[in-house]
Ligand binder design. Structure first.
Ligand code: DOR
Ligand code: ZN
Length: 430
């Protein structure tokens, strides 16, 4: 099957490619011809006239919570992949806080099997400890053989310094990162950021120092073990500063930020809307400003959604008792382009680095190339599309988002991978 993408701008900073207004032929899922098409080649092809839109290496979200196994009423592997494709992603990494946790080869295999025929590539993150309980190391070698691309106890930090040190040492043997949810257990358990707002609203607080303490511990131990630690959903000013300093010293630390942490502050909690409750919580303007600075100067390597589906019955409770988390796969690109690209925080090249290239590098995955002979793994991007979020149009099984009805600029309008295309709301084989 042949597909022609007409009048596209090709941008892949990884290959240092930036070409304007080319036409591309994809045949049987591979780039057949870029730029020099004959009439005979175009014949019988399905042609998409993309009128100046960009094609970039497929976006990758390295922090997604699928709820399979365990809570398939909230998200399955397939609905999560549909949501990812609709949001512009061709690859995701899924976190291990399923039930059971991803702490055995069987669960890894189940997830890989469920996603095998989907356009979206799914890479499970293995639990660092059995049941994510922080007591006994998971069978990391077995998990690696089954296909995990990193280890984490996400939802919580790895419980003790000693087990963190050992998990870093094992992960290093496989050249994989430990991905940390940084939160000191003894300071955890609140419902929102500790600030004047938590006092005024009467909600139990989570102080930024809960995050900072674990970021500090993790950087120290990563330095000691000379191993890779990745800070998930960074949210506090001090944590960004510590990662910046550690990188300067050559410590192998990387970091991601979720769109809500550069878009909103804890002022949003004044609505008591459970859809602004997540962990880490929304912080203050000073934290957001430092995150923006960290994105700009490379301290923060990538943007990841922390897509966390929850059922309506459980999420729509009093703020204090609602579960943490919001879905993010279908709003991430729009929020990132609106807040970072259109506000001139990041260049288009930096956007592609943070949404496609760096997450794959952190997980040791190959970055897709836009080159004749290569598999077509790409996102079609309309950087100027103005659109309004409508959660009714989401492909996710859940709809817990605070961004419904928000006006955004920038949208992924299609994806291609594994001989499939998703465009205009549906999948077809190419
Ligand atoms: O907001 C969050 N939601 N933070 C977490 O750490 C877990 C996640 C979830 O799985 O719902
Ligand atoms: Zn987390």
């Amino acid at each position: 099957m042949k597909v022609v993408l007409k009048n596209v701008n090709v941008l892949n900073p990884h290959q240092k490619v930036n070409e304007k207004n080319v036409t591309i032929l994809i045949e049987n899922g591979k780039f057949k011809n870029i730029g020099n098409l004959t009439e005979a080649e175009i014949k019988d092809a399905k042609v998409f006239d993309l009128d100046g839109k960009y094609i970039v290496p497929g976006f990758f979200d390295m922090h997604v919570h699928l709820r399979e196994p365990g809570r398939e009423d909230e998200e399955t592997v397939i609905t999560g992949c549909n949501s990812a494709a609709n949001g512009g992603f061709t690859g995701i990494a899924c976190m291990p806080n399923t039930d059971p946790a991803i702490d055995s080869a069987e669960v890894v295999t189940l997830i890989k099997k469920q996603s095998a025929n989907h356009l979206v590539d799914v890479y499970p993150i293995g639990a660092a400890t059995v049941g994510r309980k922080g007591e006994v190391l998971s069978p990391m070698a077995e998990l690696k053989d089954a296909g995990v691309v990193g280890f984490s106890d996400d939802g919580v930090a790895i419980k003790t310094a000693s087990i963190l040190k050992r998990s870093l040492e094992y992960a290093k043997m496989f050249d994989l990162p430990i991905i940390e949810h940084c939160e000191d257990e003894s300071l955890a358990g609140g419902a929102m950021n500790e600030s004047i707002n938590s006092t005024l609203l009467g909600l139990p607080p989570i102080p930024t120092v809960a995050e900072d303490l674990i970021v500090m511990r993790d950087i120290l131990i990563a330095e000691y073990a000379d191993a890779k630690v990745h800070i998930a959903h960074i949210s506090s000013k001090k944590s960004v500063e510590m990662v910046r300093d550690a990188k300067k010293k050559g410590i192998k630390v990387t970091a991601e930020v979720a769109p809500h942490h550069f878009t909103l502050t804890d002022d949003a909690v004044k609505t008591y809307d459970p859809n602004v409750k997540m962990n880490p919580p929304l912080r203050t303007k000073a934290d957001v400003d430092e995150i923006i600075k960290g994105l700009k100067d490379g301290t923060i390597d990538c943007i990841a959604s922390d897509h966390a589906p929850h059922s309506i019955e459980e999420k729509e409770m009093e703020f204090e008792f609602a579960p943490n988390g919001i879905i993010g796969l279908e709003t991430q690109i729009g929020l990132a382009f609106t807040e970072l690209y259109h506000k001139k925080v990041l260049s288009l090249e930096q956007m592609i680095e943070k949404l496609s290239i760096n997450p794959r590098k952190i997980l040791n995955l190959p970055v897709p190339e836009i080159k004749e002979g290569e598999i077509a793994n790409l996102t079609i991007l309309d950087i100027d599309a103005v659109w309004t979020v409508d959660k009714k149009k989401f492909k996710s099984k859940s709809s817990n988002t605070p961004f419904d009805k928000r006006l955004l600029t920038g949208k992924a309008i299609g994806v291609i991978n594994k001989e499939k295309i998703f465009i205009d709301g549906s999948f077809s084989k190419i």
